[in-house]
Design a protein around this ligand. Structure first.
Ligand code: DGL
Length: 278
């Protein structure tokens, strides 16, 4: 079992560049921590994969990040967290805390709702898993969830810069059932959706609360590190670095939009079949 130290980095894992929206919040909330981020871009998207596949990928890539030395692991990808609960438990057995996005977002959503009607936008894998229903029921049995699978939204956002009317119409069609059901809180259940946050807010109405995973996860990470006595004591800003399994140049150019900060070096780690090796 690994013994984490204050000076170790926090590791963040996602299917690609989307999780940089989560890393963004971590960099803002915990500026003196070090971070290492791995995007499994060679196997993006995760959102159409089966739960079994996703569990295998989370264990493989998560174990690899933990072997490099990390004091905490964040699974920033909703599809991977939602389908990979068993994988999260396997990783947690290493002695390092593993934080996914589903529980922290669900907690914020129950705190935000006033009429008890919560909407969810997510990938097929995330919606099919039922993970948000379970997490919400555990947090508050009186709320109801309306899940909407948005199979093409993440790829459209990723390839859609600059955004055009087609993106607006796609977002509008996924919002229609949520408006109809008069939800007052909507969980952005995919790393990419904060990039269309302003569109969602305009279409859904300003009285609807949008819950995205970045702030929810940042709060949980800070709390967990504080409880374990693992918050960094370094003065000044920490360092952050990137690894990806696909092309580092496209990771860098796409990633800047998602991180809203410069990326610097991106190291490629090889994928051999279903295995990741350095
Ligand atoms: N990170 C993924 C998620 O949050 C983005 C979409 C995908 O890989 O399919 O579900």
């Amino acid at each position: 079992v690994a013994v984490p130290a204050r000076r170790d980095p926090v590791a963040v894992f996602d299917s690609g560049v989307g999780g940089l929206t989560v890393l963004h919040e971590l960099l803002v909330s915990l500026p003196n921590e070090d971070f290492v981020y791995l995007g499994d871009t060679a196997r993006f998207p995760y959102g159409d994969r089966s739960a079994e596949e996703l569990e295998g990928l989370v264990i493989e890539v998560g174990a690899r990040l933990l072997a490099q030395g990390a004091k905490l692991l964040v699974i920033a990808c909703n599809s991977a967290t939602a389908a990979g609960m068993a994988a999260l438990q396997t990783l947690a057995a290493t002695g390092i805390d593993v934080i996914g996005v589903v529980a922290p977002e669900s907690q914020l959503a129950v705190e935000a709702t006033r009429n008890g009607r919560i909407g969810l936008l997510g990938t097929r894998a995330t919606v099919a898993s039922g993970a948000y229903e379970r997490a919400l029921a555990a947090a508050d049995p009186h709320v109801s969830l309306l899940p909407v699978a948005c199979p093409d939204l993440a790829p459209i956002i990723q390839n859609g810069f600059p955004f055009d009317q087609r993106v607006v119409e796609t977002v509008r069609s996924y919002c229609a059932p949520l408006k109809e059901a008069q939800v007052d809180t909507v969980i952005l259940g995919c790393t990419h959706y904060p990039l269309v946050g302003p569109m969602l807010q305009r279409i859904l109405g300003r009285e609807v609360t949008l819950v995205s995973s970045g702030p929810a996860v940042a709060r949980r990470v800070e709390h967990t590190l504080a409880l374990r006595g693992l918050l960094s004591e370094a003065a000044g800003e920490g360092e952050y670095r990137f690894e990806c399994t696909g092309d580092p140049d496209s990771f860098r150019s796409l990633g800047t939009r998602f991180l809203q900060m410069p990326l610097g070096d991106v190291r490629r780690v090889e994928v051999a079949g279903e295995r990741v090796v350095t």
